[in-house]
Design a protein around this ligand. Sequence first.
Ligand code: ATP
Ligand code: MG
Length: 443
Amino acid sequence: MANKGRLGFSAADSLRYTPEVRTPLRLVWLAVRRGLAEFRGTPDLSEHAVVGRELGAAVLEEFRNRTVDPDSYVWLPCHPWQLDHVVGTQWARELATGEIVVLGEGPDDYLPTQSIRTMVNVSQPLRCQVKLPLKILNTSMYRGIPEHCTLAAPMVTQWLRGLWYRDEVFGRLGTELLGEVASVTVRHPQLSSAPGIPYQWTETLGCIWRDPLDPRLQPGESAWPLAAVLHRDSAGEPLVAAMIARSGVDASAWIGDLLATLLRPLLHLMHHYGITVNPHGENLAIICGPEGLPARLVIKDLVDDINVSTTPIEARGIEPDSHARVLPRKPWHILRQYLVDALLLGVLNPLAALLSDAGLLTADRFWGMTRGEIELYAAEHPQYADRLTATDLLDETFARYPLNGYRLSLGYADLDTRPPIPVTGRLPNQLSSVAAVRPSRPW
Ligand SMILES: Nc1ncnc2c1ncn2[C@@H]1O[C@H](COP(=O)(O)OP(=O)(O)OP(=O)(O)O)[C@@H](O)[C@H]1O
Ligand SMILES: [Mg+2]
């Protein structure tokens, strides 16, 4: 990750702003002239409520005193690296004319998450996570926030929340959705309207406020990003081995709980609603109960990563109709591909290898248990037989989208849109031939 994940950071930046160094940082708040900037929130959230809660009364007052006409500005946090490297230069005119005013550092310490550009508030864990544009090339793209995403985020959250709170399965499984509850959009007066401008220059300011995870935890619960199951410590010991040992159950029981925690809500979301998220190790988190057993799933990173089936589905209710771009319609086999790439190939494949290397579980048993979850879902939901055939996760092969190697053939030229990843052949599916192991947890 270090060599491909942060092109644009200097060595000193990497020591300052990356998640592994765990160095708290403060965000800098900007005031941007209303009209240039636009606030949006879910219907229960006003702009004043969000900014007031994020800053607290004393800092709010202090910042108000720093602008001549505070109510004619929209306020938002900015990453200090972005301020120095992008805002200070690309927005120099607005800074000079007072259309943008630097209010000062916010009151709280934040730590970057694995995506580097999303910050978790460690001083006040009940305050929001903050997703920010950071003009570094990370995996496949520069980490800006396109204007259609900031504009749509609260509306998409409101719609999904409605489904979530009415849903008996998510309720019973305790599946948590971290909503993107408010946003600020800032359009660059020249670059955002000129044609052909590389996208990384049109997405440089703005923010998304996301629900924090801490308030969702019950007493005794703990949470970790799904990617942690692949982590090895400096001595090469897998973290998952320590987590299993601490729980006091055997690997098979612990992994059984992990697979049920992961797959049940994702299969339900895909087949009952025809909706996918992008379920990779950074976008999902696992909540463990007091005994350290995987119990509940946390899903985040919604806008721009949600896809819905081309087939209309009544259970989806009334979809936000003015944001078609962030709710792309996809055929079932493409919806399936999100689960395949992000979860099966991205997390479960390396996890199977790691467990087998560590002598914890054979690959056959691991895939048999995974198949058992998929078959259990199918057996319990005969009404979705057609959808399950269309998303067949037990197929012999899957399409191959080589995300990592793609950069080598794509090169580093500036593009005006994010590049789609091409298909290059097929990959075998371990699930297709293995014998299913029936889950011990009933559906
Ligand atoms: N194990 C991992 N799996 C996937 N992505 C990872 C992992 N570890 C770090 N990352 C980084 O996390 C980011 C994942 O991209 P994605 O588009 O899901 O997140 P984002 O939109 O940038 O931020 P967020 O998830 O905070 O909303 C990439 O920048 C990638 O390099
Ligand atoms: Mg993400």
